[in-house]
Each structure stands twice: as structure tokens, then as C-alpha cells.
Design a binder for this molecule. Structure first.
Ligand code: DAH
Length: 330
């Protein structure tokens, strides 16, 4: 039985050791056999042989356990070496996307008005003359209706030139009181430093019973809105003209670049124009069949807001898809 120790010690793998275990300690193994053979030993020698056999079993077990520990430790080490991760290896960072600055700005504007319970309405990009012009008190002879300014289709339809037609659609589909905004894309035949053929507007409209909606309400909400967007700026209302409002005003904020002192961006006026607004013209109410109501409306260009908020100098860079610009908004 002596050479079993050697066999155990020379095992190179756990599998090899396992076959040895079966051959030695198994039910039909060498040890069981040696114990079984005890029956042939003369009675007077039995105690001595049994004692030797037991000592042998003990030392074989010890040798086996030792070997097993050693082989298991080696196998573990090997596995760790194989599965090791090189954490110092360079891998490129995953790119994360972000909202385009125009959409992010639009979201901020929507959030403000939605928090005041304005509904968010939408309308078709391909409009007809009635909703885009006529009902908004823009008569046939108005220059905005010229082919120079508007994309027309052959059938007389057109790409909406502003989000104001959604006012008309909402008033015709609902009854007052109405409190809505309408964000979306608009289209004009224009392309230069400060104009692109497609841009975005947010339209606003509030209508209620006659006398319930005043210019003071309009002034309050726009001032609060502009302070929310631009922080601590001065706001001024300048008399102006829009066919769909009477009276009408354009709204300026004090220049956020020079704090009103005068610079290139504000053409040395100290003011930046950011909004058009007014009280809804009676002709507009007539076109949608409303009587005994009053209301205010406003409209703004989202790109202009985005450019001012992020100090982007060239409008066209918002549409070029240049990742170097977009990455700055992650
Ligand atoms: N529709 C105008 C434009 O495209 C913006 C506007 C001005 C909308 C005054 C209004 C408003 O509702 O009252 O320039």
C-alpha cells in the first residue's frame, strides 16, 4: 500500500486526484479491500494489523486532503489569472445624447405656461389661407401673404408662417374660457444671418367673458414669464401693430449682454425685442363666431430665446447639426 502516498503526491490535476480517491477510498477501493482482507489474518495478529491499517488510512487521508487543498488553490489562482480585468485599459466613454437647445428652450417655455394651467395645443404644418391669414385679420392685400414670404403648394395650401392659426383652430373647436399655448415649427421664405426657412414659435391665447381679460393681465404674465426665463431684467412694452391684435405691443427686455448700456447685440439701444402681443382683435373673434368675449394673445420665436439664453451668435448654427455645438448642451 505504500506507493499510494506517492501516487497522491504526484497528482497534477483535481481530476487525477479524484480517480485516485475512488481507487483508494471508494467502496471497491484498495483500502476497503485491505480491511476486507483482515478476515484472513490469524486472530492473534488482528489487533496489530488493524492498528497499522488504521494508521495507514489516517496518513493516506492526510496526504489526500493536503494535495486537494494545494490543487484547489492552484486552480483558483489560474481562474483568477484568466478572468482578470485590466482596469487600466482605455475604453471610450459612452456618448450621451441631449436635447437640442431649441427643444430644451421650448420645454422651459411650455413648463412655465403649463404650470399656470395653459393647455398645450397643436395644429397642422400644412395650413390653408383661412386659418393662417384670413381669420387672423390678414386681408388679401397684406404683404405677408405674398409669394415672396410664404411657401405655397399648387392647391393653394401653404406651410404655416406662424403658430397663430392654432389660436383659430382652438377657438373654433372649444368654447371660452380658453387658456392655451401652441409650440411648433413655422416656415418662411427667408435665409440669412438672422433668418432660416424653418424656425419655431410659441403662441399664447387667453379668452374669457367680456371684461375679464385685460391688458394688465397680459402685461403681468409676460413680465413674470420673462423674469422666469431671463432673470433680473427690465421689461418694456412698445406700441406696435399686428393685424390680429388691437392694441398691439412689442415687448423688449433690457440687454442681457451689456445690462442696458448699449452693445453690438442690442444695436446700442440697450434693449432686445423678444415678443409680440396684444388684445385679440374683434375681427378675429368675429371670424371664429365668438361674441361678448375679450382676450389677449402673444407670440415668440424660440430660436431667439435659445440664442439669448445660451449666447449663441449665429442663428444658422442651430440648424447645422454640428456636434461641437450640440455637445456643449449635454
Ligand atoms: N404671429 C406673429 C409672428 O409670426 C407673432 C405674434 C405677434 C403672435 C403678436 C401673436 C401676437 O399672437 O399677438 O410674428
Amino acid at each position: 500500500m505504500e506507493n499510494w502516498i506517492e501516487k497522491i503526491e504526484s497528482a497534477r490535476t483535481l481530476d487525477e486526484l479524484e480517480s485516485i480517491r475512488i481507487a483508494l477510498f471508494g467502496k471497491k477501493g484498495a483500502l476497503s479491500k485491505a480491511f476486507a482482507d483482515m478476515k484472513n489474518v490469524p486472530p492473534e495478529e488482528k489487533p496489530k494489523v488493524a492498528k497499522e491499517l488504521n494508521l495507514l488510512k489516517q496518513s493516506l487521508t492526510r496526504a489526500f486532503e493536503e494535495k486537494r487543498g494545494e490543487l484547489e488553490a492552484r486552480a483558483l489562482e489560474e481562474r483568477l489569472r484568466e478572468e482578470a480585468l485590466d482596469v487600466s485599459l482605455y475604453t471610450p466613454r459612452p456618448e450621451s445624447g441631449a436635447l437640442h437647445p431649441v427643444m430644451a428652450t421650448m420645454d422651459r417655455i411650455i413648463e412655465y405656461f403649463a404650470s399656470l394651467n395653459f393647455s398645450v395645443e397643436s395644429g397642422p404644418l400644412v395650413e390653408d389661407e383661412f386659418h393662417n391669414f384670413e381669420a387672423l385679420n390678414l386681408p388679401d392685400y397684406h404683404p405677408a401673404r405674398d409669394m415672396q414670404d410664404t411657401f405655397y403648394f399648387k392647391d393653394g395650401k401653404l406651410l404655416r408662417t406662424h403658430t397663430s392659426p392654432v389660436q383659430i383652430r382652438t377657438m373654433m373647436a372649444q368654447k371660452p374660457p380658453i387658456r392655451m399655448i401652441s409650440p411648433g415649427a413655422v416656415f418662411r421664405r427667408d435665409f440669412d444671418l438672422t433668418h432660416t426657412p424653418q424656425f419655431h414659435q410659441v403662441e399664447g391665447l387667453m379668452v374669457d367673458e367680456e371684461g375679464k381679460v385685460s391688458f394688465a393681465n397680459l402685461k403681468w404674465i409676460l413680465e413674470d414669464f420673462l423674469h422666469t426665463m431671463f432673470g433680473d431684467v427690465d421689461v418694456r412694452f412698445r406700441p406696435s401693430f399686428f393685424p390680429f391684435t388691437e392694441p398691439s405691443a412689442e415687448v423688449d427686455i433690457s440687454c442681457i449682454f451689456c445690462k442696458g448700456k448699449g452693445c453690438r447685440v442690442c444695436s446700442h439701444t440697450g434693449w432686445l425685442e423678444v415678443l409680440g402681443c396684444g388684445m385679440v382683435d374683434p375681427n378675429v373673434f368675429k371670424a371664429v363666431g365668438y361674441e361678448n368675449v375679450s382676450g389677449y394673445a402673444f407670440g415668440l420665436g424660440v430660436e431667439r430665446f435659445a440664442m439669448l439664453l445660451h449666447r449663441i451668435p449665429d442663428l444658422r448654427s442651430l440648424f447645422e447639426g454640428d456636434l461641437r455645438l450640440l455637445e456643449q448642451f449635454q
